[in-house]
Design a protein around this ligand. Structure first.
Ligand code: ADP
Length: 458
């Protein structure tokens, strides 16, 4: 739970904000200190140069004119110190000090070079030190000036304090604002999680559950809409599967009941009435064949859920002709083939044969025996194979369902004809696996036309 909290987007956003703000503040304070410091040190250097110039002008008779110098150079004896050293070519070295300089240099004097020209003087602070020398009347004169940088250091301290205060204030305000915002943004996600948990933890499922769709933020709204679509699609799949299993059991129950009935009949009366054995056995045989067909179809449908067909270039005229030749005899009726032009398609040849046989088989089952069946093969934007009959046709209401598993049109004729309601479902699935489709429409003047639409190769 703790780990979850540490990983929550609110924590992550807050952490990112703290890192960002701290980095920004550090960069800003370093940049400010650098720029201000550079500027101030430059100023000090200019001051020192000005002082040196004035000092040189005021230097006469081997001794600096401190009064003139102090007046013209506006020197502050508390933070500016000057030493002039005169080394004659022959004779004694002489030192001249400005007011308080002797004491400044003597006072626990420890000269620690820090940067070039920057020195730290214990008890007195940081100084900018400039040293120049020149030849003057048989002597070498060295001018040394120390300018206090203590006010600069104070300014730096102030900048750091201000930056830290701003940062602390920014963090305080920012963190509370961000955690409020993050919580607000997270609330719909948390509600979504709770709703999902509720569905997961429920003992039973109606398969109609949906998640709440929050009004915002947009991403979460989109996410819950997409989740709901997924949920609906999965639920529909589950409901379809339930329906399929229950329909399959129902369909299997009928032949099973017939088989069991006849077995009981033989058991009870077979000895006393041997004449019933043969008809009962033939019924058992027919019903078991029906069951066998049903199970084969169910297996095929279930395998096709995960199947992928290997497609290749096929001349559909060959398939149509071969099927017509093979089935012509069995049909006992006229089978007309119209395939005037060669049509090539990218399909799985065996499955095309299977679909065609199923459609011809249906036409043969449902259309009266003296009517012809017609197969048309032609090309438009797709390759099209039509199987047309002059049978009873299919009502508009039934057209919407005939490709559903186990659907059988509720007509008196359909009831008399043996079937499982799986044939057209298999055709539709095979058409889909071939990248095509199957449609039905009314034939003229009567009957139905089933069209297989397949991917053409031109
Ligand atoms: P089955 O033929 O085993 O019942 P199908 O899936 O092949 O199952 O067909 C579903 C239903 O569609 C059939 O029960 C029948 O009512 C209707 N049907 C299919 N083909 C035709 C056809 N050529 N003419 C009239 N009705 C048809």
């Amino acid at each position: 739970m703790n780990n979850k909290k540490n990983n929550s987007s609110a924590t992550q956003i807050t952490r990112a904000y703290i890192i960002l703000l701290t980095t920004l503040m550090i960069i800003v304070s370093f940049a400010t200190i650098f720029v201000v410091g550079l500027h101030l040190v430059h100023n000090k250097r200019d001051d020192a140069e000005q002082l040196t110039t004035v000092l040189k002008t005021s230097f006469s008779d081997y001794k600096p004119d401190w009064d003139y110098w102090r007046d013209t150079a506006s020197i502050n004896p508390h933070n500016t110190f000057v030493r002039v050293t005169v080394v004659p070519d022959s004779g004694k070295v002489r030192h001249f000090y400005s007011h308080r300089t002797r004491k400044f240099l003597r006072d626990d004097f420890e000269n620690r070079p820090l940067l070039k020209n920057i020195q730290i003087q214990t008890d007195q602070g940081i100084f900018y030190h400039v040293k120049t020398s020149e030849r003057w009347k048989h002597s070498r004169v060295t001018y040394e000036i120390w300018l206090s940088l203590n006010n600069v250091v104070e300014l730096f301290k102030l900048i750091i304090v201000v930056v830290i205060s701003v940062m602390a204030f920014g963090l305080l305000i920012g963190i509370s604002a961000i955690s409020v915002l993050a919580r607000k943004l997270n609330a719909p996600l948390e509600r979504l999680t709770t709703a999902t948990q509720k569905i997961n933890d429920a003992d039973t499922s109606t398969h109609h559950e949906t998640l709440p769709v929050p009004a915002g933020p947009q991403e979460v709204t989109d996410l819950s809409i997409e989740f709901n679509r997924l949920l609906t699609s999965l639920n529909n799949q589950v409901l379809r599967d339930h329906q399929f299993v229950s329909d399959a059991s129902h369909e299997l129950r009928t032949p099973l009941a017939a088989i069991r009935g006849h077995i009981n009949l033989i058991r009870r009366h077979g000895n006393t009435h041997p004449e019933i054995v043969q008809p009962s056995l033939s019924t058992i045989d027919t019903e078991s064949i029906r069951m066998q067909h049903l199970i084969d179809s169910l297996l095929q449908l279930s395998r096709m859920d995960h199947a992928e067909l290997e497609k290749q270039r096929v001349l559909l005229n060959d398939i149509v002709q071969r099927v017509a030749d093979n089935y012509h005899e069995q049909l006992n009726r006229e089978l007309v083939v119209n395939a005037p032009h060669p049509v090539h398609a990218m399909v799985h040849a065996e499955s095309i044969t299977q679909m065609l046989v199923a459609l011809i088989d249906n036409a043969n089952k449902y259309a009266p025996g003296d009517t012809p069946i017609t197969i048309n093969l032609f090309a438009d934007s797709h390759a099209v194979i039509e199987v047309a009959d002059l049978g009873p046709g299919i009502s508009d209401g039934a057209k919407a369902h005939i490709f559903d598993r186990f659907y059988r049109a509720d007509t008196s004729r359909s009831h008399k004809i043996d079937g499982s309601g799986l044939g057209l479902a298999i055709v539709a699935r095979l058409a889909d696996l071939n990248g095509g489709a199957v449609h039905v429409r009314d034939n003229q003047p009567q009957g139905s036309v089933f069209s297989l639409i397949l991917p053409i190769i031109k």
